[in-house]
Design a protein around this ligand. Structure first.
Ligand SMILES: Cc1cc2nc3c(=O)[nH]c(=O)nc-3n(C[C@H](O)[C@H](O)[C@H](O)COP(=O)(O)OP(=O)(O)OC[C@H]3O[C@@H](n4cnc5c(N)ncnc54)[C@H](O)[C@@H]3O)c2cc1C
Ligand code: SF4
Length: 464
């Protein structure tokens, strides 16, 4: 069947008028799928458990002694305890167990790659290939408590100490909450218009629906003693020296605001952009059906960001979406689960191909790749090249630290820290993605923010 015949058949099938777009419409256009399909595509990708389902899921737990799931959790949540609390019909108590260790337990329940953390080591997974659904149970408990609008912690007596936190992402929010609990006054400065960091601007939409990131920030602030100043950037609106002069301690949780370059000719052409910018725009769009997306989309990279950009392009109706990764599949930082998620959404994954150049090809682009082999001496081009047509090219080859204050020692391009986030500058701590060490995950950022806050508290109290 000719292209135009398929196009009109599709319009007939979807009952839309001839002015509408379809996945086959050339170029970068909005509304490739009916608005209701797009809205459905970006709904919760995993339905929450109801009370009965949660009891059944909790009953599968063996409540192991020395539970491996607990050791695998970067925030060290007592998983068997909270699951037992759900099993005995006290989800609010379960939530308090979770939130005591991880104040963003609600978001982590949605976004944690549990398949490579707690659920991977669950004895039920090891024995039967089906773990206890720890993530979904955590969501059930935290959602139950948050739906009641209560905050389970109270603020300690005021210490009169002031702490500045740079960045309102998971690391900054976790640090701020723990510091506020200890009775310190906290001011968070964030460059963006909204708090939440990548919870608000980065995480895939279908993992965090119904404006959950903002709801969680509002709920977290109920502890009191935290002020958030948005639209204030360290380095532009305020300097580290000013923060040090006006506060007793500073915590840096500024994430990785820069992006790596492809270092290939043509990467500045219109149509080539960082995947994180595309995702941020998508997250902020109330109506996703007005977002323009290409018919042919090429995503360069091999991590979670590449997968999220590719899957969400498909959910907007892009016809051909290809992830291209320069090394072998086993080296992709996206987990097997995420890779499967991408392919089941219709994304093609091409490995061992490295970008060489971006070319203009009529009104579209062509990305030229060189095939590679991984050998004992590293990655080498085979000498063969190929081209992929693209209306849009998303670069997802990693984020970099940007705007770190001068004078701080760096390690591997991030802020060097020792112990619980102590930087090379006395009185300044750092945690989350901007700090060296640890995986770049929401849960790791929360753990580092919390631990740095404990260390800041100990240092401030020792000064009395
Ligand atoms: C597209 C994408 C998808 C992801 N998906 C997942 C996932 O599904 N699961 C998971 O566990 N992890 C995921 N991650 C990783 C996770 O989001 C991060 O590890 C986590 O958000 C790090 O938290 P953070 O607080 O260190 O930094 P961020 O969340 O980046 O927050 C940093 C904050 O600092 C602010 N800031 C930056 N510079 C300045 C400045 N100069 N002055 C003031 N404020 C500043 C920023 O505006 C931001 O609000 C994803 C990351 C990306 C990019
Ligand atoms: S490892 Fe699995 S079965 Fe054991 S306590 Fe953790 S969740 Fe329960």
């Amino acid at each position: 069947m000719a292209l135009w015949q398929r196009f009109f058949q599709r319009i007939k099938q979807t009952g839309r008028n001839a002015l509408s777009n379809s996945p086959l419409t050339p170029g970068v256009v909005p509304g490739r799928l009916p608005a209701e399909t797009i809205a459905r595509n970006f709904g919760d990708h995993e339905a929450p458990l109801d009370a009965h389902e949660a009891r059944v899921a909790a009953d599968r737990c063996y409540f192991c002694h020395d539970a491996p799931c607990m050791t695998a959790c970067p925030t060290g949540i007592d998983i068997p305890l909270f699951i037992r609390q759900i099993a005995t019909g006290t989800p609010e108590a379960a939530a308090k167990t979770i939130l005591g260790q991880n104040i963003l337990g609600g978001m982590c329940a949605r976004v944690c790659p549990t398949e490579t953390l707690c659920e991977e080591v669950c004895v039920r997974e090891v024995a039967e290939g089906k773990p206890v659904e720890i993530g979904r149970l955590q969501r059930f408990a935290t959602d139950t408590l948050m739906a009641k609008g209560v905050h389970p912690f109270t603020r300690g007596a005021a210490t009169g100490r002031k702490v500045a936190v740079v960045g309102a992402g998971p690391a900054g929010l976790a640090a701020a909450h723990r510091l506020a609990m200890k009775g310190h006054d906290v001011v968070i400065f964030d460059a963006r218009p909204k708090a939440g960091g990548l919870n608000e601007y980065g995480i895939a939409q279908y993992k965090s629906t119904n404006d959950f990131a903002q709801a969680e920030v509002e709920w977290l602030l109920k502890i009191g003693g935290i002020t958030i100043k948005t639209g204030v950037a360290l380095g532009a609106g305020v300097t580290l020296a000013e923060l040090q002069a006006s506060h007793d301690a500073v915590f840096l949780g500024m994430g990785l605001a820069g992006v790596n370059a492809l270092r290939a000719p043509g990467e500045d052409m219109a149509g080539v952009r960082p995947a994180v910018d595309f995702i941020a725009e998508l997250r902020q769009a109330k109506d996703k059906s007005v977002l323009p997306i290409g018919r042919d989309v090429v995503v360069i990279g091999g991590g979670m960001t590449a997968v999220d950009a590719a899957v969400q392009s498909r959910l907007l109706g892009a016809q051909n979406v290809t992830i291209v990764y320069r090394r072998g599949q086993e080296k992709m930082s996206a987990s097997g689960y995420e890779q499967e998620h991408a392919t089941s959404a219709g994304v093609r994954i091409v490995t061992n191909a490295s970008p060489v150049a971006v070319h203009q090809a009529g009104s579209a682009l062509e990305v030229e790749f060189a095939y590679t082999v991984d050998g004992p001496d590293g990655m080498k081009p085979t000498g063969e090249t190929f081209r992929l047509r693209a209306d849009q090219v998303f670069k997802a080859i990693g984020q970099t630290l940007s705007g770190a204050p001068e004078g701080l020692a760096l390690a591997g391009g991030k802020i060097a820290v020792t112990g619980a986030g102590r930087t090379s500058v006395p009185g300044v701590w750092a945690g989350g993605d901007c700090a060296a060490g640890g995986e770049d995950l929401t849960v790791t950022a929360v753990a580092e923010g919390r631990d740095a806050a404990e260390d800041i508290h100990a240092a401030l109290m020792a000064r009395q």
